[in-house]
Design a binder for this molecule. Structure first.
Ligand code: ADP
Ligand code: ZN
Length: 604
């Protein structure tokens, strides 16, 4: 048995490496540099933790996430590894203690923030001890045009010059080609081996539902599929974060808000509770999430349309890091398209910037409107070819396409007429009223009941018309003017449709009621993480036991045992320490610390 495999088994309690882990670990143990692109939940941590434990000296981990260092160190201590961190939150004495331990060779892993590593005093400290490797976590932070850019990451290229013989391993879950290139040049990893994994997350079920009453739909999703589960709900604005968190709490779902407008202490406290408590729902803006390595987030819900596929994939990727079944659910409707198109039109940046924003939005909209497998489309966006997955809404409930050319012509010609005849502009609601021939007050006031298109669209329902408007907007065949009123206007491409030179393919709208529930498994209360019914009671008892232990020790529940391990225990019902030790996630140290207590819970 190799030393790496032995550490995997005895320290971490896992019986085999996943994906490219073994190759990466061997490469770094042998002293090679590596650049690792692996999706969230792929198991990046072991790629540097095991080499750090096997090689002589201390593995130095550079991470921008100071708030999470304590949890990372706790998780390592729980498996018996000697880990510590140095950052600005510590007292002078604490820092001195950690430094002394490092110099004495008593640490397997040392976590540092990049701004600290930059200091000459830190470099001098590192020279007094033995560095086994440098791990650069969240390596995409070096990408200057990326969303998480940290200037201090730019100085990390000096590691190579100062410690030419110490292997470096840079890791990220950001998949785009551009980021990959930038990391390579900025960290001088041209000669390193690059390990690029598939970015598929097969355990995540991707679903995009028509937005009707989003809060109610969300509550429904939680009650029917994820009662008692931890989850993240993303909203666009601070106000909707607050409202949604309050709504969930009123309805008996423990939920906390998180956005940049909250005082730093409140944010830190809410984040810490989310990591520590079982079954909390975090309602947040996109400010929340980077580096959150809580493995048992069972669902990520979006109540507003994300601005790009990259953002969406990164946010949904926070579900199911432990590999157990999880849900990514997005509610999407006409207003989302109108709002985002308007925001882009109003953007202060130059034309080039607005064009980029539009491209991002178009890719996101294409994902929402596709009648093909969502996952195939997502992976294609990241340059990966695949076949229909069987675990997304369009695979589970195939959607029909239809020829929407004639309705599109009716709608577009109404938009054209309104503009020409009155010099005035109107939003989607009014245009649909015209097509349906509704005699509203506004209609006669404006004389729109005299239009030739008045009442020519009664073959479709109002919901179907809204679907047509949304999809034309999504396809760029209709646009929103920059006047701030959500006014619909035609585009250059609309002309081809009006002249009959272009066919319009549309996705059939799901019936207004019921379908979302059916797609989500109806009223079936799915067992936690899809357990056999016979094991659910024991699983819940183990969860309650774990919550108590975690609270007592002041660590997140997953530091004690992950859901996957509790599931394994609940299913196999071990009756001896020996049997318990064979379960994935139970290493030597945890067996010693918790073994008897766990057997006690199993015995009842
Ligand atoms: P990443 O950093 O890539 O998002 P992590 O390193 O946090 O992923 O790993 C995700 C989860 O998978 C963790 O709970 C981890 O313990 C588990 N894991 C990683 N590698 C293995 C393995 N070889 N066998 C079993 N579980 C693993
Ligand atoms: Zn699919």
């Amino acid at each position: 048995m190799t030393p790496a495999l032995s550490v995997l088994e005895t320290t971490f309690g896992y019986d085999s490496f996943r994906g490219q882990q073994e190759e990466i670990v061997q490469h770094v143990i042998a002293g090679g540099d590596a650049l690792v692109l692996m999706p969230t939940g792929g198991g990046k941590s072991l790629c540097y933790q095991i080499p750090a434990l096997v090689r002589e000296g201390t593995g130095v981990v550079v991470s921008p996430l100071i708030a999470l260092m304590q949890d990372q160190v706790d998780a390592l201590s729980a498996v018996g590894a000697r880990a510590a961190f140095l950052n600005s939150t510590q007292s002078f004495e604490e820092r001195a203690r950690v430094e002394a331990a490092f110099v004495a060779g008593e640490l397997d892993l040392l976590y540092l923030a990049p701004e600290r590593l930059k200091l000459e005093s830190t470099a001098a400290l590192l020279e007094r001890g033995t560095v086994a490797l440098f791990a650069i976590d969240e390596a995409h932070c070096v990408a200057q045009w990326g969303h998480d850019f940290r200037p201090d990451y730019l100085t990390l290229s000096m590691l190579h010059e100062r410690w030419p013989n110490v292997p470096r391993i840079a890791l990220t879950a950001t998949a785009t080609e551009a980021t990959h290139r930038e990391i390579t040049t900025r960290l001088d990893l041209g000669a390193a081996r690059h390990f690029v994994s598939s970015f598929d997350r097969p355990n995540i079920q991707y679903r995009i539902a028509p937005k009707q009453q989003p809060q109610k739909q969300l509550l429904d999703l939680i009650r029917t599929e994820h009662p008692g589960d931890a989850g993240i709900v993303y909203c666009l604005s601070r106000a909707s974060v607050e409202k949604t968190a309050a709504f969930l709490a009123e309805n008996g779902v423990p939920a906390l808000p998180y956005h940049a407008g909250l005082p730093a202490e409140v944010r830190a406290a809410n984040q810490s509770r989310f990591l520590r408590d079982d079954g909390l729902v975090m309602v947040a803006t996109i400010a929340f999430g980077m580096g959150i390595d809580k493995p048992d987030v069972r669902f990520v819900a979006h109540l507003d349309l994300p601005k790009s596929v990259e953002g969406y994939y990164q946010e949904t990727g926070r579900a199911g890091r432990d590999g157990l079944p999880s849900t990514a659910w997005l509610a999407y409707g006409l207003q989302d398209v109108v709002q985002q198109r308007r925001m882009i039109a109003d953007n202060d940046g130059d034309a080039e910037h607005r064009r980029k924003l539009s491209q991002h939005l178009d890719a996101m909209l294409a994902l929402c409107e596709t009648i093909e497998c969502r996952r195939v489309q997502l992976l294609k966006y990241f340059g990966e070819e695949s076949t229909p997955c069987g675990n997304c809404d369009t695979c589970l409930q195939p959607v029909e396409g239809w020829d929407g050319t004639v309705p599109a012509q009716k709608l577009l010609s109404t938009v054209v007429r309104l503009k020409r005849e009155r010099g005035q502009q109107f939003g989607a609601g009014h245009i649909i009223d015209i097509l349906l021939g509704k005699q509203t007050e506004r209609m006669s006031q404006q004389g729109h009941d005299a239009l030739t298109t008045f009442g020519i669209g009664t073959d479709l329902s109002e919901a179907e018309w809204r679907g047509v408007v949304r999809q034309l907007l999504a396809q760029g065949l209709l646009s929103v003017s920059a006047d701030g009123y959500g006014t619909l206007v035609i585009t250059e491409a609309s002309g081809q449709v009006l002249s009959g030179g272009r066919e319009v393919r549309l996705r059939k709208e799901a019936p207004r009621n019921g379908s979302a529930r059916r797609a989500s498994g109806g009223s079936r209360r799915s067992a936690p993480v899809d357990l056999p019914v016979s094991a659910t009671d024991l699983f819940e008892q183990l969860r309650a036991w774990r919550a108590g232990v975690a609270r007592e020790q002041g660590v997140p529940a997953y530091v004690v045992f992950g859901d996957a391990t509790l599931r394994g225990i609940a299913v196999t019902r071990p009756s001896s320490l020996e049997e318990l030790s064979t379960i994935s996630g139970v290493g030597e140290k945890k067996l010693e610390t918790y073994g008897d207590a766990v057997l006690g819970v199993v015995a009842g």
